[in-house]
Structure formats: structure tokens, C-alpha cells
Design a protein around this ligand. Structure first.
Ligand code: GDD
Ligand code: MG
Length: 343
């Protein structure tokens, strides 16, 4: 059985971190987010197709060094084909029923249970669901008591949302779903294919997952997932190898080769590899990219610093993004797949 992992988005809401790396490789407690997903695959999955485009070289490099324990195919789309177009583009690797998984989610979903659920319901398509308070950044399902989904709206306005159950980004699909996807153009699974399957087959089901679910779409959720996992593992902080910590860490994550100067204070922040934080610096709710230097006595609050940047001594920044280099030319100005109604 195959699992297609959708890992081709640009991660525009996570820039500038995604100017220099694929979103699925963003580290969470020093491990690429895609590894969490791969570790959650059930034994039935013997082939993984990574549907990629932007920065696919980095993804290939990562998996060349990290065996995922199954056959792995890196399927490179010439241009982004959307969440369904990418699936159609992987058709030649599919042998039967298959999973499609968004790469930017950390959750406790049991994919084995989802297989049982799908079989028991005789579904053509099953999707994972999760209840949230604010639905408008997600796909929303209109589900009946028995799990049957009778309506699906991608990123509705709050007043148009049929329920508070959102698409949690894991699908189990029968091969006939492929017939609904046109070849060679950008096709959205959520906007075009799901509503069509509901109308045509009436065999679209939702599996509400238990436990936890977090989408890493934005810097705020990227920071939150760290806080959640630190608490879950009962770690005060998570510190990589070869770090020198002169100051104080509070609920933070350091990569490898990080130096924290004397009297520095680091609160609820994520610091990547090879970073130098000067003496007396205060960081709170920040993400600091690789090879960054932060000059002494600077104060940064809710700031994202991209890779290779220098923050001069005594700088004070709040709710800011630090990026002084050029933006990769292939990088889009806004989200291209299923943007919010307002964007
Ligand atoms: N290969 C490929 N090609 N992958 C893509 C493309 C593409 O053109 N566009 C997006 N992806 C990947 C992204 O990398 C991500 O892993 C996944 O598909 C979903 O795309 P996002 O851009 O992250 O979508 P979203 O977060 O706005 O909404 C989606 O996820 C929500 C749950 O987090 C939708 O599926 C919503 O319905 C859902 O609720
Ligand atoms: Mg997403």
C-alpha cells in the first residue's frame, strides 16, 4: 500500500524560514517535521511517494542520509499541481487503496484505525477530522452521526461553515478517486474533488481523531507545537549537541552548535544550528534561523530571523521579521493552493 505525502507547498506563511528550506524540513525539536509523519505510517504502507516541487533537492538530500524503512520515491512536479494534481501526478506508483497526507501536521492519528474505519464503512474516500473553534483557515465537513460526510467547504467564512469539524489532512482513497482528477493542471483536492465525490458516490466518510492535532501553517503554530511537545515530553528545554549556554533558557529549543552568552534570557523560542546569541540578549517567542548572530544586549520579542542574518548589538525589535537578503525568484508572493477567501 502507498502513502503520498504532500510536501510541495512553499510555506509562504512561514517565511523567511521557507525562503531557504522546504517547509516539510522545518525542524520540530531538532527533527524535520516530515519525519514525525513517516514514523506514524502503519506497517501496511510499504511505499512512500513524496510529492514535492519547491526545494526538492533538500528533501532528496535528507532522505539520502535517513532511511525511512520503506521504498521512497521523490516525485518532482514540474510546477505546483495543487493537492489533487500532485496525487494524479503520482498515479503510476499506486497499486490500490492509498493514503494522502498533508506534510505539515503533528497529531496522534492512528492510520491503522483509519484503515479499519474506511473498510467498515465501505468508503470511497475517508478523511480525518478534528474539532476546532475557529474553522475559517481550514476545510470544513458537514458530517452525519455515522461519519458520512454530506458537504465539504474549503476555508469558508465563519457564517458559512457547516460544522466545527475540520479536515485534519489525512485521506484514505480508493483508486477510483483518481478518475476525478484532470491531468496536467493545478487541481485542488479540497475545492474540486471532495465535493464531487460526495455528489457522485455518497461514500465519503469522516474519521474524528482522538488526542492532539496541530497544523504548522504559521509561525505562531510552529512555536506552539514546540511548547506542546516540550510539555508532553516533560522537558524544560531541548538542547542540541555542542551548545554552550551562559544565560538562561525557559521552554526553548536549541539546535546544534549554539552559544548563548552570559546573562542572556531565552523564553519560548526556537533557535536553529550554529547560532550565536550575545551577552545580555533577551529573546521571547522568537524563531532564529541557522548561522545567525545576535549582538549583545538586543531585545527581540515575537521576531523571526531568517538564516545567515546578523542582528546588531542593542537592537530592539517586536513583532518583526528580519530578512535582508534577496527572496528566491521562484517564491510566490502569496499562498497559491487553497488561499483564504480574504487573501
Ligand atoms: N506536491 C504538492 N504540490 N504539495 C502541495 C501543493 C502542490 O501544489 N500545494 C500544497 N501542497 C502541500 C503542502 O505542502 C501541505 O503539506 C499540504 O499540501 C496542504 O497544503 P497547505 O498549503 O498547507 O494547505 P492549508 O494548510 O492551507 O489547508 C489544508 O490543510 C488543512 C489542515 O491543516 C487543507 O487540506 C485544509 O482543508 C485542511 O483543513
Ligand atoms: Mg497547511
Amino acid at each position: 500500500m502507498e502513502a503520498i505525502i504532500l510536501a510541495g507547498g512553499f510555506g509562504t506563511r512561514l517565511r523567511p524560514l521557507t525562503y531557504t528550506r522546504a517547509k516539510s524540513l522545518l525542524p520540530i525539536l531538532n527533527k524535520p517535521m516530515i519525519s514525525y509523519l513517516i514514523e506514524s505510517l502503519p506497517p501496511e504502507v510499504d511505499r512512500v511517494v513524496l510529492a514535492v516541487n519547491y526545494r526538492k533537492g533538500q528533501i532528496e538530500e535528507y532522505f539520502a542520509d535517513h532511511d525511512c524503512g520503506r521504498e521512497l520515491i521523490v516525485n518532482d512536479e514540474p510546477t505546483p499541481l495543487g493537492t489533487a494534481g500532485a496525487v494524479k501526478f503520482a498515479e503510476e506508483y499506486l497499486t490500490g487503496r492509498f493514503f494522502v497526507l498533508n506534510a505539515d501536521i503533528i497529531c496522534s492519528l492512528s492510520l491503522s484505525e483509519m484503515i479499519r474505519f474506511h473498510r467498515n464503512h465501505g468508503a470511497v474516500a475517508s478523511i480525518s477530522l478534528w474539532p476546532v473553534e475557529h474553522v475559517s483557515e481550514f476545510g470544513v465537513a458537514d458530517a452525519q452521526q455515522d461519519g458520512k460526510i454530506v458537504g465539504f467547504v474549503e476555508k469558508p467564512r465563519p457564517e458559512d461553515a457547516p460544522s466545527n469539524l475540520i479536515n485534519a489532512g489525512a485521506y484514505l482513497l480508493e483508486p477510483e478517486v483518481l478518475e476525478y482528477i484532470e491531468t496536467g493542471r493545478l487541481v485542488s483536492m479540497e475545492k474540486e474533488i471532495f465535493p464531487q465525490i460526495i455528489t457522485d458516490t455518497g461514500k465519503f466518510y469522516g474519521f474524528v481523531l482522538q488526542g492532539y492535532w496541530m497544523d504548522i501553517g504559521r509561525i505562531s503554530s510552529y512555536l506552539e507545537v514546540h511548547q506542546f511537545l516540550l510539555r508532553k515530553h516533560k522537558f524544560d528545554n531541548y538542547v542540541g549537541e555542542h551548545c554552550k549556554v551562559g544565560g538562561h533558557l525557559h521552554h526553548s529549543c536549541l539546535g546544534n552548535h549554539v552559544t548563548i552568552g552570559k546573562n542572556a534570557q531565552v523564553h519560548s523560542s526556537i533557535i536553529y544550528d550554529n547560532v550565536h546569541v550575545g551577552e545580555g540578549v533577551t529573546l521571547s517567542d522568537c524563531v532564529i534561523g541557522e548561522n545567525v548572530r545576535i549582538g549583545q544586549a538586543s531585545t527581540l520579542k515575537k521576531v523571526v530571523v531568517g538564516d545567515n542574518e546578523i542582528v546588531h548589538a542593542q537592537t530592539s525589535l517586536e513583532q518583526d521579521v528580519q530578512w535582508t537578503q534577496s527572496i528566491p525568484k521562484e517564491y510566490p508572493k502569496k499562498q497559491i493552493g487553497n488561499p483564504l477567501q480574504s487573501s
